[in-house]
Design a protein around this ligand. Structure first.
Ligand code: ATP
Ligand code: MG
Length: 395
């Protein structure tokens, strides 16, 4: 049996600030609504970045939100971000004697930063180098109008990178790379880390780490040139240093500039990624492995959990926020457990099975993060779905 596995993660950790019952037809919101596509104003169903939004309306974000909400506070605050959410899930799904999950990141010295600090402390993730800087805490403001679109409801989003601007590759010191697995999650929302990803991945590999990258929609690249594929690090060389890449379909297509998942896999493969998983909401996932990291090689499809799909038809409380992040966390947890057993190269199908039930389970509750009453709680709830899933795929 291998020694305790150290997983170190850097990337996007933010607060989701939900404002419910915002009337998208109200007078107060009109100056902030988009008039032309891409002008920086708010559009139902779409996300804008703080900088473009402020430029458009000429009002600082806090004041704009005050005007829109009538001065009230958010109704709900949640931990979000593909790095934090996936690491929390990975830590919850592994035994503390087997694994330590560490997070490195930046927040702001404001109420939201204080919330993140205390909320993260309620999870098994170890805050290794999490500091608060003078900028605002990274956030996504979610404005929700449940009666919009004839009562179907719709949301509008404003994302602030804020203090994530203060996290730079130099902050990730030897301690970070002294790990078994390093995970870069949603770094498109941590610009300096994202821009230095090739060197960071290369360094991780030369330190003998396993490297995992899970992506997020890259609003900045999309905004700067929607016709160009999204860059990842200094160059495409990043891919050859990635042992496992996890992206949803939309992200995979935008990273590669391709128009279907198979072509995207071919692109990643040509760029020498070791393995890749492409998720697609309730549709099958697509995996490819070159056989250098995982035991098996080749292209495979796997269905999502039928049992979860069925149960979701009856459940009303949850939402799909954080499915992808929990999927990644489940895959990482399985990697840890397989490495800990030390029985040779990990099995991709086993890792994906845990990812699939973890991503699916996240549909049962609001937000991406589940706060456990006691260690092992979430694992004991997900395990029956894993067992059903094994039966489902064995025929
Ligand atoms: N409706 C669903 N029913 C069952 N499983 C689901 C459903 N939606 C998502 N999942 C599970 O979660 C995984 C990841 O979902 P998805 O591809 O939507 O990720 P994502 O787009 O990254 O989501 P997000 O960014 O909101 O976290 C899927 O592969 C699947 O296993
Ligand atoms: Mg995602």
């Amino acid at each position: 049996m291998a020694a305790k596995i150290i997983v170190s993660g850097a990337g996007c950790c933010l607060v989701d600030l939900l404002y419910n019952n915002i009337d998208f037809h109200s007078k107060a919101i009109q100056p902030f609504l988009s008039k032309r596509r891409g002008d920086g104003g708010l559009t139902p169903g779409m996300l804008v970045l703080q900088e473009e939004f402020e430029k458009y309306c000429g009002t600082p974000l806090d004041q704009a939100v005050k005007k829109i909400s009538g001065g009230r506070k958010h109704d709900k605050i949640n931990i979000g971000g593909p790095s934090a959410v996936s690491l929390i899930h990975a830590a919850q799904m592994t035994d503390r004697d087997d694994c330590e999950v560490r997070f490195y990141g930046r927040g702001g010295s404001d109420d939201e930063g204080a919330y993140l600090f205390s909320a993260l402390r309620k999870t098994p993730v170890v805050l290794r180098d999490y500091r608060l800087t003078d900028r605002r805490t990274p956030s996504t403001v979610v404005l929700s109008d449940p009666s919009f679109n004839d009562g179907h409801g719709e949301r509008m989003f404003i994302n602030s990178i804020g203090a994530a601007w203060d996290h730079s590759p130099d902050d990730l010191n030897a301690d970070f790379f002294n790990s078994d697995i390093v995970v870069f999650g949603g770094t498109a929302l941590v610009p300096r880390i994202n821009d230095g990803l090739t060197s960071l991945l290369k360094k991780a590999k030369s330190n003998g780490c396993i490297t995992v990258v899970n992506t997020v929609f890259d609003f900045r690249s999309e905004k700067s040139d929607p016709s160009k594929r999204w860059p990842i690090g200094e160059s495409d060389e990043s891919y050859r240093y990635i042992d496992l890449l996890i992206a949803d379909r939309e992200e995979a297509l935008r990273l590669t500039g391709e128009s279907d998942s198979l072509s995207a896999v071919r692109f990643f493969r040509n760029k020498k990624v070791s393995s890749v998983i492409i998720t697609n909401g309730p549709e099958n996932i697509l995996t490819w492995s070159g056989g250098s990291f995982f035991s098996s090689a080749g292209l495979k499809e796997m269905p999502v959990s039928q049992r979860i799909k069925e149960e979701l038809k009856k459940v009303r409380e949850g939402d799909t926020t954080g499915c992808g992040d929990n999927f990644a966390g489940g895959v990482i947890a399985s990697l840890v457990n397989q490495l800990r057993k030390g029985a040779g190269p990990p099995d991709l199908r086993e890792a994906c099975s845990w990812g699939i039930v973890s991503g699916g389970f996240a549909c049962f509750y609001m937000g991406g993060t589940w706060f456990e009453e006691e260690p092992g709680e979430k694992l004991s709830m997900i395990k029956p779905y894993y067992e059903s899933y094994l039966k489902q795929i064995s025929g």
